[in-house]
Design a protein around this ligand. Structure first.
Ligand SMILES: *Cc1c(COP(=O)(O)O)cnc(C)c1O
Length: 424
């Protein structure tokens, strides 16, 4: 299938090219030329995750991957489950945090890594990315041990939690991590300078692995199907499902809209944000007015200019999906009281999932609400423990890396130094 640039519609590329390129000309996002409605939804829902995902993704990668190549990629990428857990009669959570870095980003990052390696044709690729926490871990683990791919991750020294740091700096092998003496913005500026240096980019096969890559979105479509498949097995009414999606850059919501456009029975979506509420305000007023980003306890959603929004907007405006998105913004106090409320229902959650659960509040009685659990509560141990006043256990993945030494090197926020490092 071809993918076209939403800003420069003449630019049309294959799936392989879209994966390798990331962004199109003029920073435009790639979008599939068609989203094929599937006519065998019931049959698909009866399949296991990997087999179903191959069928869901096949139309998008046709021409670039055979079914058996796609099956290998999906098998390697989705080697952990997505789980529906009931909260009460009207609510369930879709837990997406059972991957190696305990966050939903594992789905997209692992699928992208496998695709990129497949399309690399044995050319050397350098993934350069800046992280303030979660993305770095998902990217590092997704690319760990893959041939011909070198990963360099920059992060602000001393500005992320020790546990977060340990999740991506202790791997070694093809994963190199650099603690930059500066802020996250300094790290991002260094990444941008590297991409702007065309000779450098060419010499080392520079690639970013960020969340606008179409392969990451497509991977995420698969767990919406998995959620509905599990609800069906539990004999839930499938016509009335509402998904609440804790949103930052809106990749997760975009994937949900793809699933709906493909015919998955989903009634509507609630786009749940923290106080960084550009989208809920836009949906209410029609005015796009980002404000200064505010730091919150659901920090993976501290985004005021979400980079996937043009895809959502395109799908709604062009009628690919009906008008099925409402926005709800949840403040810090509500987030914390919701963590407490959920724990009284017997469920330990973390700030992002709590924002989504709270945002479901306005569901009708005949609707069934599913909120996405995007991270394991132990990843937000400090805030969860202080909110609940009780300790929470570290899962094995975190406990294992907590004891390992950090392998990072230190560097000042200096492009020439980084360039020399990258070229060595
Ligand atoms: C990245 C992230 C989000 C936001 O997802 P988007 O696709 O950017 O909207 C939500 N929760 C957690 C824990 C995340 O890491």
């Amino acid at each position: 299938m071809k993918f076209y640039n939403l800003k420069e519609n003449d630019e049309q590329v294959s799936f392989a090219q879209a994966v390798k390129q990331g962004l199109g000309k003029n920073q435009g996002l790639f979008f599939p030329e068609s989203i094929v409605a599937l006519d065998n939804i019931d049959e698909l829902l009866a399949m296991p995750l990997v087999e179903r995902s191959v069928n869901v993704l096949a139309p998008f990668v046709e021409g670039d991957l055979s079914k058996s190549e796609l099956a290998d990629i999906v098998t390697n990428a989705f080697n952990f489950p997505a789980l529906i857990q009931p909260i009460n009669e009207q609510r369930s959570v879709l837990e997406l945090f059972h991957g190696p870095t305990l966050a939903f980003k594992d789905f997209g990052a692992r699928f992208m890594a496998q695709c990129l390696q497949h399309f690399s044709n044995d050319n050397k690729i350098t993934i350069l990315t800046a992280t303030s926490g979660d993305t770095g871990a998902a990217v590092a683990h997704a690319f760990y041990g893959l041939d011909n791919i070198r990963v360099v991750i920059l992060y602000p020294k001393g500005k992320i939690s020790l546990l977060q740091e340990k999740m991506f700096t202790t791997l070694g092998d093809n994963i190199e991590t650099i603690a930059i003496d500066g802020s996250f913005d300094d790290c991002q500026a260094l990444v941008k300078q590297s991409f702007d240096d065309k000779a450098l980019a060419q010499a080392i096969g520079l690639n970013s692995a960020n969340s606008i890559n179409i392969s990451r979105l497509l991977a995420q479509v698969c767990y919406y199907f998995e959620a509905v498949a599990q609800l069906k097995r539990q004999n839930r009414q499938l016509e009335d499902i509402v998904f609440a999606v804790p949103s930052g850059n809106f990749g997760n919501l975009t994937a949900g809209l793809f699933a709906k456009a493909m015919g998955l029975p989903i009634k509507r979506f609630v786009a749940a944000t923290n106080v960084n509420d550009t989208v809920p305000r836009y949906l209410a007023t029609g005015e796009w007015a980002p404000k200064e980003t505010i730091a919150t306890i659901s920090n993976a959603m501290d985004v005021s200019n979400p980079n996937n929004w043009p895809r959502v907007e395109h799908m709604i405006k062009s009628g690919i999906v009906d008008d099925c998105v409402t926005g709800v913004s949840i403040d810090e106090e509500q987030t914390q009281s919701t963590i407490i409320q959920l724990s009284k229902l017997g469920y330990i959650s973390e700030p992002h999932a709590a924002v989504a659960y709270k945002a479901l509040g306005q569901c009708d009685d005949d609707e069934f609400g599913v909120f996405l659990g995007t991270a394991h509560p132990a990843k937000f141990k400090d805030v969860v423990e202080s909110t609940l006043g009780q300790p929470i256990a570290l899962p094995k993945e975190l406990a294992d890396c907590a004891g390992e030494p950090i392998l990072s090197s230190d560097m000042s926020a200096d492009f020439e130094q980084l360039k020399a490092y990258l070229l060595q």
